[in-house]
Design a protein around this ligand. Structure first.
Ligand code: ADP
Ligand code: MG
Length: 371
């Protein structure tokens, strides 16, 4: 639909980008120069990131701590597979993701957990949680992550209902940068949703939960994700790739700016049907540019979807809705965030604590050998 943005959209505020020798050339629009400079800066950053990732991905990282080193404080999150506890280690607060080997084997997701650990130990992005330790005992595997203290976007969004467009832009830009980074490394995330997007103390975002992430350049077939965020190509099961993350980005932008997802229904089957049709309501308060970007991301055919065209993520970064975003300043976290979590406030809800379990002997040693 409508007008595709071709105008450039970034402000020359970064002092990091190198000056372009061509600035006397009268015919070159200033904005085109700026875009070139930013692209060069971004390409160099991504190339370095890829080398770092490939080196670390090839190494193993295991048994870097043991459960006795941690003082368990309280549960701060649960998901489909894990319990996450706030813990203290050497006087530092960390988030300990605890997975029961038996449940993982019974749910047939061992491969996912091994991938999660292997990817987390190798990545390094300002908008993704850092893995600090990974280890196992007889009955569990553990991922000790940096503790992200400001709570889930899910809880924050339910409280405020929706974000003004400029606030949503600030958050969406960080998710775009995280996806640009992951996709450059050939990692599909497959799990964008507000429950796994956390607010750090500085008000910037951190993606957590790499349980569905996968390193692949090919099509992949596993049905995974969260129904409201699932792309049509996952639902039909004919194979999917990075395109699913751009679909989920479209859903996220819609949810951040309206308070609900575009294909929400009373049950998942209805939700899937609506997703496959791909028709959704555009609220009156949507700006022209927001409508245009969301429509280009929520494109049912992955080959026509923004993010999946020949210019990849650049189409999204150069879209008019992001006109006021200084991408380098965001990546370097030089801008003041619109919401800053208050120190001392508890942003994670209370969960019923369960007694910890143990086993006398090592369980599933073969399955978790590489963890
Ligand atoms: N590093 C972290 N800091 C704070 N809370 C976290 C962190 N990682 C996860 N959580 C919380 O725990 C919840 C469950 O963790 P997650 O990794 O999503 O588990 P699952 O794989 O079972 O879905 C998350 O939705 C989030 O609320
Ligand atoms: Mg999760």
């Amino acid at each position: 639909m409508g007008n595709c943005s071709t105008s450039p959209l970034v402000q020359p505020t970064s002092n990091v980008i190198e000056s372009n020798e061509d600035h006397n050339h009268q015919d070159t629009p200033l904005t085109a120069n700026i875009i070139n400079q930013i692209n060069t800066h971004t390409d160099a950053y991504l190339e370095r990131a890829k080398l770092e990732f490939e080196t670390k991905y090839a190494q193993s990282f295991s048994e870097t701590a043991k459960i006795e080193d941690f003082q368990l404080q309280r549960t701060i999150g649960t998901g489909s597979f894990a319990r996450v506890m706030l813990v203290k280690h050497d006087n530092h607060l960390l988030a300990l993701k605890i997975l029961k080997k038996q449940s993982i084997v019974e749910m047939n997701v061992v491969k996912h957990i091994l991938c999660e650990k292997r990817i987390l130990q190798a990545i390094n992005c300002p908008f993704i949680v850092h893995l600090i330790y990974a280890f196992k005992d007889n009955a569990h595997v553990y991922l000790a992550l940096e503790y992200v203290s400001g709570g889930e976007m899910f809880a924050n969004l339910r409280k405020v209902v929706k974000y003004p467009e400029d606030q949503a832009q600030f958050y969406a830009a960080q998710i775009v940068l995280a996806l640009e980074y992951l996709h450059y490394l050939n990692i599909i995330f497959r799990n964008i949703k507000p429950e796994d997007i956390l607010f750090a103390a500085d008000g910037y975002l951190k993606l957590t939960d790499f349980g569905f992430a996968k390193v692949t350049e090919d099509q992949t077939f596993t049905l995974c994700g969260t129904p409201e965020y699932m792309a049509p190509e996952i639902i039909v099961g004919r194979g999917h790739n990075k395109s699913v993350d751009y679909w989920a980005l479209g859903i996220l932008i819609y949810e951040m700016t309206t308070g609900s997802t575009p294909f929400a229904a009373d049950d998942p089957i209805e939700n899937y049907k609506k997703t496959l049709i791909g028709k959704f309501e555009i609220p009156d308060h949507f700006s022209f540019d927001l409508t245009d970007l969301v429509s280009k991301l929520l494109e049912v055919h992955p080959t026509k979807r923004y993010g999946c065209l020949k210019d990849g993520t650049k189409d999204i970064k150069n879209h008019n809705w992001f006109a006021s975003i200084d991408w380098i300043a965001i990546r370097e976290k030089r801008l003041q965030a619109p919401f800053i979590p208050q120190p001392g406030v508890e942003y994670y809800k209370n969960y019923k604590e369960i007694p910890s379990t143990s086993a006398e002997t090592v369980m599933y040693s073969t399955e978790f050998d590489s963890f």
